[in-house]
Design a protein around this ligand. Structure first.
Ligand code: GAP
Length: 455
């Protein structure tokens, strides 16, 4: 059995309709990718799993869908306008731009640039004569901070007061709705607000496919609590994240924690969960203890009280926030790498198979008439019945072995074959993707059989 390299994964995603280059017919746009029919389905099954795990399964959890465009003062209050930047420098020789922290960590994988100040990074680069990854010379400008937010203008005049921003994180949409949710849901602390949605960052570094893009989707989850309960909740969500990833089928040996040394401007403690991608360990989630920083700042900037009135002690206070955030695009990529293999079969044959958990598979069942002329009508009938219950496809082209292989390659857990027995005895053959074992099932029991085996 063989796993896939990054280049092979990009080719696979393009071949089978998972992910295409963004604006491909125009030659593309760097670090943008479009999800095809299967990729967008996979995104949705992962979103459903997140909703189940975080909104449905956890008590006092509420989902919101806030706008991407927010009042620009939100970003002043949150600290993003002043502090959300990358340390960049230019190579004076070949004029390419680089992130100082990346240059250091790629030069020495044991160096931790996230613990260094701007001056320390510059001294390190100069002392070690770190070469430019493009031209190999070591002649860089000083480091400057570049804000990562995308700005745009609203209205018709090009006045700076019309500048608004595409949100760089979902979290603020949850914070500004803290009082609305608490009031309308009559929520008592601790309670959580989650949101799935797009975020945008003007990233200049190469992306590793969909790992680092300028437009991406986050599944963020904010738990509001009383100060003093924050540290145990922080530990709880670190664990819960690891459990969630295993529920999605990521194996424990491909996951690890990475505690942050240098903290974002809002955080008291921060820890990522990283996945073992072919290019190295990469962050797929973060747990942050954001203290009362965000709500305090929004209270200061709006003059509106964001305090919680404790119904038992009658105390008034600003809650602490434990954030648990997931990058959806990175999760899609991790799930693909975890499950996509080339497997050896008998007689030197091989097959590509995506061994994804059935509940995450974009297509649940593939309906196949054995012989088109004889079995197509009955197969269409069974296909129509199944589409009322689950995502199904119908495939009548080519020999049956090739049709099985295509279903295997895209991760479809079951194939249902319609043959003479279906016409005579009303039974079908169900083939399971991973074991390739086949069982005969009465058509009347097919839906229940598939549903029971879809976990
Ligand atoms: N609200 C906190 C926050 O945004 P973050 O660690 O900057 O924290 C959260 O981002 C998650 O979003 C990351 O764990 C990662 O999975 C994903 N993410 C961040 N930047 C990304 C990018 N440029 N492309 C794709 N995913 C990204």
């Amino acid at each position: 059995m063989r796993t896939f390299t990054m280049d092979e994964m990009i080719a696979y995603c393009n071949q089978y309709g998972y992910i295409f280059q963004g604006s491909e017919i125009y030659g593309g746009l760097a670090n943008t990718w479009d999800y095809g029919p299967l990729g967008s389905r996979l995104k949705n099954t992962i979103k459903d799993a997140w909703r189940y795990y975080f909104i449905q399964r956890r008590k006092n959890s509420y989902e919101v869908d806030a706008d991407i465009l927010m009042n620009p003062m939100v970003w002043k209050a949150s600290g993003h306008l002043d502090g959300f930047s990358d340390p960049l420098l230019d190579c004076k020789e070949c004029k390419t731009r680089h992130r100082a922290d990346n240059l250091i960590e790629e030069f020495d994988e044991n160096a931790h640039a996230d613990g260094m100040s701007q001056n320390e990074m510059l001294s390190y680069i100069r002392e070690h004569q770190i070469p430019c990854p493009v031209c190999g010379k070591s002649n860089f400008t000083d480091i400057r901070q570049f804000n990562l937010m995308f700005a745009t203008k609203r209205g018709v005049t090009e006045d700076s007061s019309n500048t608004i921003y595409l949100r760089p994180e979902n979290a603020q949409g949850e914070y500004v709705n803290f009082v609305n949710v608490q009031r309308t849901m009559r929520a008592k602390l601790p309670f959580s607000i989650g949101q799935i949605g797009k975020a945008f960052r003007n990233e200049i570094t190469p992306g590793n496919f969909t790992f680092r893009t300028i437009e991406f989707e986050q599944m963020e989850y904010q738990t509001f609590c009383k100060k003093g309960e924050d540290e145990s909740l922080y530990e709880y969500f670190k664990e819960y994240g690891l459990e969630f990833f295993q529920y999605l089928g990521l194996s424990k040996e491909h996951l690890r924690y990475h505690d942050h040394e240098k903290l974002a401007h809002y955080a008291k403690a921060a820890c990522d969960i990283e996945y073992a991608f072919p290019f190295g360990w990469g962050e797929i989630n973060g747990t942050h203890n954001r203290t009362d920083f965000d709500l305090t700042r929004h209270q200061q900037y709006t003059g509106k009280t964001l305090e919680y009135m404790d119904p038992i002690s009658n105390e008034r206070y600003i809650p602490y926030i434990i954030e648990s955030t997931y990058g959806l695009d990175r999760l899609v990529l991790a799930v693909l790498f975890e499950n996509l293999v080339e497997e050896d079969l008998e007689e030197g044959d091989t097959r590509v198979v995506l061994k994804i958990k059935p509940f995450l598979a974009p297509i649940k069942v593939n309906v196949l008439p054995l012989i088109k002329k004889r079995h197509a009508d009955k197969a269409e009938e069974i296909y129509t019945m199944l589409t009322g219950v689950m995502m199904a496809t119908y495939d009548e082209a080519g020999n049956i072995g090739k049709r099985y292989r295509r279903g295997d390659a895209i991760g479809t857990p079951f194939a249902v074959t319609i043959d003479d027995d279906t016409l005579e005895k009303n039974t079908v053959t169900v083939r399971e993707r991973d074991s390739m074992k086949q069982v005969t099932i009465p058509v009347d029991e097919l839906v229940v059989y598939l549903q029971e085996n879809m976990r």
